[in-house]
Design a protein around this ligand. Structure first.
Ligand SMILES: *[C@@H]1O[C@H](CO)[C@@H](O)[C@H](O)[C@H]1NC(C)=O
Ligand SMILES: *[C@@H]1O[C@H](CO)[C@@H](O)[C@H](O)[C@H]1NC(C)=O
Ligand SMILES: *[C@@H]1O[C@H](CO)[C@@H](O)[C@H](O)[C@H]1NC(C)=O
Ligand SMILES: *[C@@H]1O[C@H](CO)[C@@H](O)[C@H](O)[C@H]1NC(C)=O
Ligand SMILES: *[C@@H]1O[C@H](CO)[C@@H](O)[C@H](O)[C@H]1NC(C)=O
Ligand SMILES: *[C@@H]1O[C@H](CO)[C@@H](O)[C@H](O)[C@H]1NC(C)=O
Ligand SMILES: *[C@@H]1O[C@H](CO)[C@@H](O)[C@H](O)[C@H]1NC(C)=O
Length: 703
């Protein structure tokens, strides 16, 4: 029923000609199947399902490059510090900062309690579940990738299957790798004469977790064997390996066809090898399932996983919105289409889980594998804008419901009403200590954006009810955070606070442009939400939304915040996120936005900003601003900027400040493309450069 309402709404934006001429989606998608002839040093080719991903090198496994196997559930804690007075979570006290004349406790590392502060930042960390690779016989343990010839690997995007082949020891090896859409399982189908010769098997290996903030391109430590344990149990054609890392235990369930057995290949170093018996034919098929629960059975064979994968991916590509730029004879359109298709694939593999994704998805670890509540919009709003509601629904709004009690507690402990959403989070909802983490506020209005976009697609009492509590508590916090300045008679945001650009003095940061606009946007929706339910919004909400400080203006441009010294003069003011462009691109303009000032600001940014130092999603933000200003050529330039790069398999390059991949860039790209494909309220329809042949299906206008 839900799907049908959506399709009904979606199709009304198609012109009759488009509606008749349905896009051949399979053809467009398949044009961009990635191909490799050697392993990359930085990025894997992946299969996965949003909660589980398996990254491979050119052999279709992790033979030479230990790319990660990651999941939503695989996390680990190092043991708590033993320093007296810092041995438990409650020993962490944070720091008091003056905030409008009172001392407020912020969750920041305290130099008097460094060990527990650090522990809370580094724990839990997301683990790499293991490594699976080819074993070439005990006489050939030193084979390297350069001993392989005729290497060819293709990822079929339309079915989610990687086909790899190579020649080694005089024989050809072919392998298909796929992931089950519904469980943490990889299916492996190998064909080679080497199997019955006993010269080809499959190894399983296990790392110990690392304490690195960024663990990339590989995750975990492979030589700390004595710090963790593994044990093997097997019966005919199946085995279970349990892996104990301190308090974390999980299981690898391996099923294979025909005769064979697993042996502990290197006593104590956690490497196991599956070898077929000599009677085996030249194929070896196995499924490998990872699970936090003992005794979990995975019933399907590799062939059924392949079929489930093909079915899931076909539906993924055929459902929801789609854009076809392949009729445009311009290399820019081709590259943009490549980025779009590969981003769609990678976001379904890495960013459709139970929890919001970390910046690097399930590829490797950034920020210990944790996710950032201010980044959820860049990762996840694209699902809504592309009509992939069932994928969005896995995490949003549930994560807000789950984190509501601790977020209410966080607000209360700081002397505010409502719920203050955390920042750098793990699945329990604990927000890691940090000066920036505790002073950032732009995560706060995100629920309003998600809710409003959902309501436009599904305008029902159920949608209103589903979001009401989260929106109410979010608004209560926003209202109580805004501070009545009796000398100016407006409500101020900050100080102290950090704006989107995290490089200002928090004690001097007051009334940042983007946050003011976002507060106003959120509170307007908060009021509308109550009106739609025939309820009255509390007068305090109306007061704050009406009397928030005006957007600051310096020399007819929007600065980062009110009164920032030397805006556009001191380079530090134009190096980080140019978030002031978000007020007319990411956000629909509120009534007080001055379009002359918006245009001046966009021009100024284009001429001075330090683009080499930006983060991926800044470019889609700039592109959306340009699009709304009617500059679609500029928007395309931003989406293809040399500093906003995607590698051969579509992984968004991190750039100078973060490792690769940095998926907010991919999510942002799809958000910007959705806006350019569907237009926005009051100006619907495609917004691409003149002369482009664009066919779009199923996009609703942006807010
Ligand atoms: C890590 O420790 C925290 C605090 O005790 C706990 O809430 C969390 O569940 C633990 N996570 C894991 C994976 O053990
Ligand atoms: C901000 O002010 C607090 C006192 O309220 C002080 O402890 C802190 O060091 C200041 N931070 C910066 C970055 O100046
Ligand atoms: C493990 O390898 C790393 C990096 O090669 C090295 O620095 C470390 O000392 C090794 N640790 C052990 C226990 O061998
Ligand atoms: C009131 O607003 C003015 C102008 O924004 C600002 O300079 C002043 O610091 C604010 N007052 C307080 C007490 O924060
Ligand atoms: C808005 O709130 C401020 C601060 O509480 C108060 O002084 C002012 O009278 C209120 N304005 C209205 C219109 O209620
Ligand atoms: C505003 O513009 C004037 C004239 O160009 C310039 O002298 C001044 O430095 C500018 N002020 C700021 C804060 O950019
Ligand atoms: C918008 O800003 C421009 C440039 O600063 C100014 O001239 C104009 O009066 C402003 N418009 C309004 C409606 O405030």
């Amino acid at each position: 029923m839900r799907v049908q309402i959506w399709m009904l709404l979606a199709t009304q934006w198609l012109t009759p000609a488009d509606a008749n001429r349905k896009i051949d989606r399979k053809k467009v998608v398949s044009n961009f199947n990635p191909q490799r002839h050697e392993s990359s040093n930085s990025t894997p080719v992946q299969v996965g399902n949003g909660n589980f991903a398996f990254g491979v090198d050119v052999t279709g496994l992790q033979t030479f490059q230990p790319f990660a196997i990651q999941s939503s559930w695989g996390w680990h804690n190092f043991s708590l510090p033993t320093t007296p007075g810092q041995t438990q979570l409650t020993d962490f006290t944070g720091l008091d900062w003056w905030t409008h004349g009172r001392l407020v406790k912020y969750s920041q590392p305290n130099s008097a309690e460094p060990e527990i502060s650090n522990w809370l930042i580094q724990n839990p960390q997301r683990i790499n579940l293991g490594r699976i690779g080819f074993w070439f016989g005990s006489d050939h343990v030193d084979i390297t990738e350069s001993d392989l010839s005729e290497k060819l690997q293709t990822l079929d995007l339309y079915s989610g299957i990687i086909s790899s082949q190579f020649t080694v020891l005089g024989s050809k090896v072919t392998i298909k790798t796929s992931a089950d859409p519904d469980s943490d399982t990889v299916a492996i189908q190998i064909q080679s004469d080497l199997i019955k010769k006993g010269q080809l098997g499959v190894f399983f290996d296990y790392p110990y977790p690392d304490r690195n903030k960024f663990d990339a391109p590989f995750v975990g430590v492979w030589n700390a064997s004595s710090l963790h344990t593994t044990s093997l149990q097997q019966s005919r054609s199946q085995a279970q390996i349990s892996h104990d890392i301190d308090a974390t235990t999980y299981y690898t369930n391996i099923y294979w066809d025909g005769e064979g057995c697993i042996s502990d290949a290197s006593k104590g170093t956690h490497r196991y090898v599956l070898q077929a018996n000599p009677s085996h034919d030249s194929t070896l098929e196995l499924t490998v399932n990872y699970s936090p629960k003992r005794g979990q059975r995975f019933e399907d064979d590799a062939g059924s996983v392949v079929r489930s994968s093909a079915k899931w991916w076909r539906e993924y590509w055929e459902d929801g919105a789609f854009i076809d730029l392949t009729g445009t004879k311009d290399t820019k359109a081709t590259e943009l289409q490549r980025r779009i298709i590969l981003s769609q694939y990678l976001l379904a593999v890495n960013e459709a889980g139970r929890d919001p994704p970390q910046e690097s998805g399930l590829v490797n670890n950034g920020w210990y594998g944790k996710f950032h509540m201010e980044m959820v919009l860049w990762h996840l709003l694209q699902w809504a804008r592309w009509g992939k509601w069932s994928l969005l629904d896995r995490s949003i709004p549930h994560v807000y419901d789950r984190f509501l009690p601790t977020s209410i507690e966080r607000a209360r402990d700081m002397g505010y009403k409502g719920a203050r959403w955390g920042k750098m989070s793990d699945p329990t909802g604990r927000s890691a200590p940090g000066e920036i983490n505790s002073l950032l506020i732009w995560q706060q209005p995100h629920p309003f954006y998600f809710a409003e976009v959902e309501y436009r697609a599904f305008p029902s009492p159920e949608t209103l009810k589903k979001w009401d509590k989260v929106l109410t508590e979010s608004a209560e916090y926003m209202v109580s955070f805004a501070w009545w300045n009796s000398s100016t008679n407006v409500f101020d945001l900050g100080a102290p606070m950090y704006p989107v650009s995290e490089n200002t003095n928090p004690n001097a940061t007051i009334n940042p442009t983007f946050e003011l606009a976002y507060w106003r946007f959120g509170l307007k929706i908060a009021e509308k939400w109550k009106v739609r339910q025939k309820l009255e919004a509390p007068p305090s909400w109306l007061n704050v939304s009406k009397s928030l400080a005006p957007l600051p203006i310096i020399n007819s441009t929007y600065p980062i915040y009110e009164g920032i010294p030397d805006m556009w003069i001191d380079p530090v003011t134009y190096t980080d996120h140019p978030a002031m462009t978000g007020i007319y691109g990411l956000l629909p303009p509120t009534s007080d936005v001055n379009l002359t000032v918006v245009a001046n600001t966009a021009n100024k940014i284009a001429s001075v900003w330090d683009f080499a130092n930006l983060f991926g999603w800044d470019f889609p933000m700039l592109a959306m601003n340009a699009a709304r200003l009617g500059r679609s050529d500029t928007a395309i330039e931003y989406l293809l900027d040399p500093n906003f790069a995607f590698d051969d398999v579509g992984m968004p390059i991190g750039g100078p400040r973060v490792p690769t991949p940095y998926f907010p860039g991919s999510g942002g790209l799809l958000l910007a493309v959705a806006m350019m494909a569907g237009g926005w309220d009051g100006n619907e329809g495609p917004k691409f450069p003149k002369g482009w042949d664009v066919r779009a299906e199923g996009f609703l206008p942006a807010l």
